[in-house]
Design a protein around this ligand. Structure first.
Ligand code: ATP
Length: 232
C-alpha cells in the first residue's frame, strides 16, 4: 500500500475511525476477552471492535464447541455493549482462517479506515508462525494486550519488529491506516478458555467467569460437558 495516511472521508452512515478486530477461537468467550476489548475500546478511542470467531484455526487441531455455538456465545456476550460487533466471516468460510486474508478483505472493504488487529501477548510471541505474517502490518496495526506471565520480546525478529513499528501514541493509530504496533497493559484477568472448559467438564459452574448469557448457552447445550474438554 503506497498511502498509509487515514483520510477523514468516510462512507455516509458508516462508522469512521479505527476498527478494532479481535479474533479468537472463543471456545468459550470469557471475561478475559471482554475486559481486554472494553479497555482497548476506551483507551484507544475505537468506535468499533469486531469480535471475529475463527472458523478452523490454523494452529489448532479443532474446536470443542461447534462453530454456530461459539458464534452464538460471542453474540450473547457482546449484546448491549455499544461499539462491540460480531463478524462471522471466518466461521462462514470453509477452510482455515488466516488473519492476513481477513485483514486484506477488510482493507478492500474499508479503504479509509485504520484497522487494528488485537491480539494477546501470547499470540504476538507466536506471530512468526502465522501465515504471511510480515504482510499484516501493511494492512493494519497490531494492538497487543499484555497477558499475565508473558513479556514483550526484546530481541529476535519480533524485537526488531517492535523497534521499527512500535508506538506509544494512540494518535498514530488514528492517523495512519496500518503499520504500527501498540502494546497496552490491560487488567490482568487470569482466565483462559482451556481452564474454563476443564472446570465445566468436571461438573463445576463457570458463573462469574463469563456473562450470564454465555453461561446459559453452555449449560443448556452441555457443549463442554465431556471429560476430555480441557486441553486443546
Ligand atoms: P485457550 O485457553 O484455549 O488458548 P484463550 O482463553 O487464550 O483460549 P482465545 O480464543 O484463543 O482464548 O483468545 C483470543 C485472543 O484473546 C488471543 O489473542 C488471546 O491472547 C486473548 N486472550 C485470551 N484470554 C485472555 C485474557 N485472560 N486476557 C487478555 N487476553 C486474552
Amino acid at each position: 500500500m503506497s498511502n498509509l495516511s487515514a483520510t477523514s472521508a468516510a462512507t455516509a452512515g458508516a462508522p469512521s475511525g479505527p476498527m478494532g478486530i479481535f479474533g479468537g477461537t472463543f471456545d468459550p468467550i470469557h471475561y478475559g476477552h471482554l475486559r481486554t476489548a472494553y479497555e482497548l475500546l476506551e483507551i484507544l478511542r475505537l468506535p468499533e471492535i469486531r469480535f471475529m470467531p475463527a472458523g478452523m484455526p490454523p494452529h489448532r487441531s479443532g474446536t470443542f464447541a461447534p462453530n454456530e455455538q461459539r458464534l452464538e456465545m460471542v453474540r450473547a456476550a457482546v449484546a448491549g455493549q455499544p461499539g462491540f460487533t460480531v463478524d462471522d466471516r471466518e466461521i462462514r468460510k470453509s477452510g482455515p482462517s488466516y488473519s492476513v486474508e481477513t485483514l486484506a478483505e477488510l482493507r478492500a472493504e474499508y479503504p479509509d479506515r485504520p484497522l487494528c488487529l488485537i491480539i494477546g501477548m501470547d499470540a504476538f510471541l507466536g506471530l512468526p508462525k502465522w501465515h504471511r505474517w510480515r504482510e499484516l502490518l501493511t494492512l493494519g496495526h497490531l494492538v497487543v494486550a499484555h497477558r499475565p506471565g508473558w513479556n514483550a520480546p526484546t530481541h529476535g525478529p519480533l524485537g526488531e519488529l517492535l523497534v521499527d513499528h512500535g508506538t506509544g501514541t494512540v494518535r498514530e493509530l488514528h492517523e495512519q491506516l496500518a503499520g504500527r504496533i501498540y502494546i497496552h497493559a490491560v487488567t490482568q484477568l487470569e482466565i483462559s478458555s482451556t481452564d474454563v472448559r476443564a472446570l465445566i467438564s468436571t461438573g463445576r459452574d463457570p458463573r462469574y467467569l463469563m456473562p450470564d448469557g454465555v453461561r446459559r448457552i453452555i449449560l443448556e447445550t452441555g457443549c463442554y460437558a465431556r471429560k476430555d474438554m480441557g486441553r486443546g
